[in-house]
Structures are given as C-alpha cells and as structure tokens.
Design a protein around this ligand. Structure first.
Ligand SMILES: NC(=O)c1ccc[n+]([C@@H]2O[C@H](COP(=O)([O-])OP(=O)(O)OC[C@H]3O[C@@H](n4cnc5c(N)ncnc54)[C@H](O)[C@@H]3O)[C@@H](O)[C@H]2O)c1
Ligand SMILES: [Fe+2]
Length: 382
C-alpha cells in the first residue's frame, strides 16, 4: 500500500505575505540569516506582523549549511522567548535550521510542537514542503539529512518578490538544485504517478525559465515560475525520495564547502551516465532498462531527442553540461580553482563512505558499490 499527501498548506499569489497578519498568535520567533536582515528583505515579513500587533523576535544566526552549534543557539532562543509560532525566512539553510530547532526543542526540552511557517527566499531546496532538514557536523565533514514527518512546515508562503535580489550565482546553484530534485525524484525507486507529475512539471519550468532568471534577476515572470518549480520539485522528492546524486553532493559539500546546488549540478551528468549504464547500452536495443526510459522521457520533455533511447539520454547529460556552461558553473573540481588534486583525492575514501550511508542514496535506481562511488568522485576531477 502507498499513499500521497501534501500536509503543508501553500499560500501563493498577489499580496500573499498579508497572510502573516492573519496568524492566530501573540508571539512569533523569526529564524533567518544575517543577509536577510541587513538587506531590508525582512521588512516585508515584519510589517504585516507589526500591523497585526503580533510581537516577534529575530534569531538571525543562521549560516549556510547549518551546523549543530547554531541549532543549539536557536533552541536556547526559543526556550527564552517562548513563541507560539516559528517563522523561517531565507534559503534552505534558514528553513532547515527552523525545522531542527523546533524538533530539538520538542524532543529534548518538551517544548510544544508549535506551527512552523516557511517563507523561502531562494528558489531551490523546496524545504518549505519537505520532511527533510540537512544539518552539518563541520568537524567530521558530514551532512546529516534528518527525515521525519514532524519536520514538515505547517504552512509555506511563496512570494517571488523575496527572490528578486538573489545574485546570479545563487540563482544558478539553487536552480540546478531544483532540477536535480525533480530528476532524482522522477527516476527514484520510490517514484509514483503523483510525484512524477510534479517532477515533470518542475523540469519543464526549469527548462524554460532558469536561464531567463539567471540572465535577468528582475524578470519576474521567470522568478515566479522558478519559485513554483522549486516547491513542485520539493513535493515530488518529499514523496519519491532523492538518490545517489544528493548522497554524493552532501559529502562533497560538507568536505569542500561547495554550494549545495553546485555540487549537485557538477555530479549530475556523471550520475545520469552511471545510472543508465550508458556505455553498456550504447548500441540500439529492442528494449532498455526502465531508468533509461525514464531519463529519455525527461529528455524529450526538454525538447531533446535522438535516434534511440540511450542516445536521447546522452543528449540529456550533454544538456546538463550545456546548462553548467551557460550558468558559468564549474564542470569539474579542478575548475573551482581552490582545491588541489592532492587534497581532493585524499578526501575521496571518506566522502565515499559518507555517500554510501547517506539516507538519499538508498532510493537510487541503480545499485551502487563503494568502488562505483570512488570512481564517480574521481571522474569529477579533470
Ligand atoms: N530540507 C531540504 O529538503 C533540502 C533540500 C535540498 C537542500 N537542502 C539544504 O539547504 C541548504 C542550501 O539552501 P539554499 O541553496 O537555499 O542556500 P542558503 O540558504 O544556504 O543561502 C545561500 C546564500 O544566499 C543568500 N540568500 C538567500 N536569499 C537571498 C535573497 N533573497 N537575496 C540575496 N541573497 C539571498 C543567503 O544569505 C546565503 O548567503 C543546504 O544546507 C542544503 O543541504 C535542504
Ligand atoms: Fe538539494
């Protein structure tokens, strides 16, 4: 038996932040990162609260790839202020921090499970609708994806105005994260008709609008579309799970501080080729493994087509590389420039161990051994 549910109520459309004035509470704790405060973006959240005479405090200690130490600080703030609602404002790092703060306050301090309202300011993680939170242990170079339905935000508010200020490089990274979520969900061993419909729609939007949002951050049509795509992809992978790409990207990101979406994007052409066993199936065949069919469906949705299924999958891997070039992203670790070959290769054994035990990896459509993962990390150096 299987089931599919969307537990987070999603608010979208014009003047959507006015919903904050309708909250049934007296005290809210806002969890965000310092940029959101200093840039003035937070004013858009604070004004409706002030108008509705809702008291609030701001915890702005969130950093990218949130470490456990910052979560502990957030729990302390929550226990001192005793809010009735948590409002997360920011990218995946702020939303994941809020999820972990609420979870730890409930499980370790017996604090009531208060509503969490997630307001994304990047179009990337889909964290506003997922039961995942990714927490980092910087000393051990590990990213832990926590997974529990109790992490799900109660409400998500999508306002693309909050994304207008996202710089091109972050638009690129987060946009490719959306693509990776949707593609991994689509080929996951746990995919279903509902998750796949959401994933296909997200991919179609990324194919049409990501480059537009990258070239012109004020293209609000593209921004709105990408904001929806991020949420759609989040809903897709919340049901279907992710795969090896995310498992390997978590270890890579935790070790070398590569932005999450960029780590995913660099790995993606290699993972597509590995999962479809591309060299084994390189000749025309009467039938292909299911994962090849699934990738070629996506390729065709993007307008890519070739003379057989496997060549169509090759076109998909090439398209991802084309996107990386257009988005001025590195294709290989050496192109990042700051990481030496010695330190990269020295880290591979540890990264491979972490990727194999990462919670995302188990949903990958092709079985993977430690030797496979080591080889894939090696391929990323050229
Ligand atoms: N929970 C999930 O389901 C899930 C899924 C994928 C990734 N993640 C995690 O999310 C984190 C990445 O999140 P992210 O990619 O959204 O990045 P992020 O939250 O780390 O933010 C990246 C940078 O963008 C800045 N920024 C955010 N909004 C901005 C705006 N409107 N204008 C200008 N700058 C802005 C931030 O200040 C920060 O410097 C990683 O820790 C990753 O592992 C979580
Ligand atoms: Fe991701």
């Amino acid at each position: 038996m299987d089931n599919f549910s969307i537990r987070t109520k999603i608010y979208f459309g014009d003047d959507v932040l006015d919903h904050l004035g309708e909250l049934d509470c007296k005290k809210a704790l806002i969890v965000t990162d310092p940029f959101i405060v200093t840039s003035g973006l937070l004013d858009m959240i604070v004004h409706p609260l002030e108008n509705a005479k809702i008291d609030f405090e701001i915890f702005s200690d969130v950093v990218p790839d949130p470490p456990i130490t910052k979560i502990v600080l957030g729990v302390k703030e929550l226990l001192t202020y005793k809010p009735e609602v948590l409002i997360a404002v920011g990218g995946g790092s702020a939303i994941d921090s809020s999820k972990a703060i609420r979870e730890f306050a409930v499980t370790t301090e017996n604090y009531p499970h208060i509503p969490l309202i997630a307001i994304p300011t990047t179009s990337g993680t889909g964290s506003e609708v997922t039961s995942f939170a990714v927490i980092t242990d910087p000393e051990k170079h590990i990213k832990y994806p926590l997974i529990s339905p109790s992490l799900l935000p109660d409400e998500a508010i999508l306002d693309a105005e909050l994304v207008r200020s996202v710089p091109p490089s972050v638009t690129a990274d987060t946009g490719m994260d959306v693509f990776t979520h949707a593609l991994e969900a689509f080929v996951s061993v746990n995919e279903n008709e509902f998750s796949s419909a959401l994933a296909e729609k997200a991919i179609q939007i990324v194919g049409s609008y990501l480059l537009r949002a990258y070239y012109d951050g004020n293209d609000m049509e593209a921004r709105k579309k990408m904001h929806s795509a991020s949420c759609l992809a989040g809903l897709a992978f919340n049901s279907a799970g992710l795969g090896l790409n995310h498992g390997m990207a978590h270890a890579l990101g935790a070790t070398f501080h590569i932005p999450h979406g960029r780590a995913n994007a660099m790995l993606l052409p290699h993972i597509i080729q590995y999962n479809s066993n591309i060299n084994e199936h390189s000749k025309s065949q009467r039938s292909y493994p299911q994962v090849v069919e699934r990738y070629s469906t996506i390729a065709r949705n993007l307008g890519l087509n070739s003379y057989n299924e496997i060549m169509t999958v090759r076109s998909l891997a090439n398209w991802v590389q084309f996107m990386l070039k257009e988005l001025d992203m590195p294709l290989s670790i050496s192109q990042i420039g700051k990481i030496t070959k010695e330190e990269y290769f020295a880290a591979i054994p540890h990264m491979a161990d972490e990727a194999l035990t990462d919670n995302c990896t188990k949903n990958n459509p092709r079985k993977v051994t430690r030797a496979n993962v080591v080889e894939l990390y090696k391929q990323l150096w050229y």
